[in-house]
Design a protein around this ligand. Structure first.
Ligand SMILES: [Zn+2]
Length: 431
């Protein structure tokens, strides 16, 4: 496994591959990495075996294409194209290579692969960029290992501290501090990286569409308008572990009942909200302690994901769900401890940059709709600091965070066409 010293760019030798990267072939190359036989799909989580292999693939592919590669202090990787004549802060692009547990093949990798493919096409066609282009592989975008999404981009922007992140633990109790150290990063050096941020003039992320808005419009690619406000909360419901057969019903303190009421409340409260707020709430993860089929649980940890148009809509939704959860806990004689793991305010992408992308993309792509998204992205974190935009590639069924997520080969190539046109335009001007 190649190790990269943080902050130092490794450059390709002379034997670079002059051919443009084919995105469909590149996705096939990484497909064997991180297959999850238990859940189906792929599981690639921060600095685990699969993630390290994906990072190695990124490193080797970037070198093969003639790009420089570096890893920043926050475990984000950057492939850099900075030929003679390219000056000033770069146009940033890329996405992430980690996944949710049992995720699909495209959420993350499509953006990274398409960015490398687009840069390789610009090199092959002899484009002379006025700015460098930096392709990101952001660390732990999904937050699947340590519970906090967009970990790498949030650290880079100074939205998370080394102290907080170092203390996060994964399901096995290993701290992020230990995991970072083991992989060769300095856990005391993570956090705000103003120099890395100053290297970016703007950021454009391509991503597989999550939801089904482009298919009915007959459009292979679309542009994002914004991201719903969203957050994650962990509820630890404490009850009393006991025997499933010997314990009378009226003397139980069963946290599973409280968890069940909370799950029902998540749907009911979201349905009660004004539809214009696009409120949605989900419980997708539970840990039951001790987890025996013939034992009343002593504790249930439950993760609530809530999203809506505006920050206040999310707060109101979560307050309602917690009111119902606490009522259920009182009725069952259980206690609830609450911790907010993350909160991301509503994001509106830069309209000027989005207009420039539209102008560059539309001649080849045809109709390019502008659509909102309920999914969080590193682009949403960066949007508070630099002009940021997103491109979506049509997902015919709309399914994501599942092995059934997909896009046709033609649409994947149309996405690279669009990103190539965008990057060419953004590096053909000095403004
Ligand atoms: Zn993603």
């Amino acid at each position: 496994m190649t190790t990269v010293e943080t902050g130092s760019i490794v450059h390709a030798d002379a034997a670079r591959d002059a051919r443009a990267l084919d995105p469909v072939a590149a996705l096939e190359e990484v497909a064997p990495i991180g297959r999850d036989d238990l859940r189906g799909g792929w599981s690639r989580h921060l600095l685990d075996d699969a993630d390290l292999k994906m990072r190695e693939w990124f490193f080797q592919t970037a070198l093969r294409l003639g790009l420089g590669v570096e890893s920043d202090r926050n475990a984000n990787q950057w492939a850099v194209w900075s030929p003679e004549g390219a000056t000033g802060p770069a146009v940033g692009t890329g996405s992430h290579l980690d996944s949710v547990p049992g995720g699909g093949p495209l959420d993350g990798p499509l953006g990274v692969v398409s960015s490398l493919a687009a840069v390789s096409r610009l090199i092959a066609e002899g484009h002379r960029p006025t700015r460098p282009i930096r392709v990101a592989n952001f660390a732990e975008e999904e937050g699947a290992r340590f519970g906090v999404p967009c970990l790498g981009s949030q650290l880079l922007c100074g939205e998370l501290t080394a102290e907080r992140v170092g203390a996060l633990t994964d399901n096995s109790g290993t701290t992020a501090r230990e995991v970072l150290s083991e992989a060769g990063f300095d856990p005391d050096a993570i956090g705000a990286d103003p120099k890395c941020l100053a290297d970016l003039a703007m950021y454009v992320e391509l991503h597989v569409e999550q939801g089904r808005q482009l298919e009915p419009l007959g459009a292979p690619v679309g542009l994002a308008t914004g991201i719903l406000a969203h957050g994650r909360w962990r509820l630890t419901i404490n009850g009393r572990g006991d025997h499933a057969g010997a314990t009378e019903l009226d003397s139980r303190h069963d946290p599973m009942l409280v968890a069940a009421a909370t799950i029902q409340a998540a749907r009911a409260r979201a349905l009660l909200a004004d539809p214009s707020t696009k409120a949605r709430a989900t419980v997708g993860k539970l840990q039951v302690v001790p987890g025996g089929s013939n034992a009343i649980a002593s504790e249930v940890r439950l993760w609530l994901d809530a999203r809506a148009e505006h920050d206040a809509d999310v707060r109101a939704l979560v307050d309602g769900i917690l009111t119902d959860a606490r009522k259920a806990a009182r009725g069952e004689g259980c206690e609830i401890e609450l911790s907010e793991e993350s909160f991301s305010t509503r994001v509106t992408f830069d309209s000027g940059l989005t207009d420039r992308l539209h102008e560059a993309i539309a001649p080849r792509a045809g109709i390019v709709p502008r659509i909102p998204t309920g999914a969080g992205h590193d682009a949403g974190i960066l949007a508070a600091y630099i002009p940021t935009a997103m491109l979506f590639v049509r997902n015919p069924d709309g399914v994501s965070h599942s092995p059934h997520e997909g896009a046709s080969d033609d649409d994947i190539r149309a996405g690279v066409d669009a990103l190539t046109d965008a990057l060419r335009a953004l590096t053909a001007e000095t403004s």
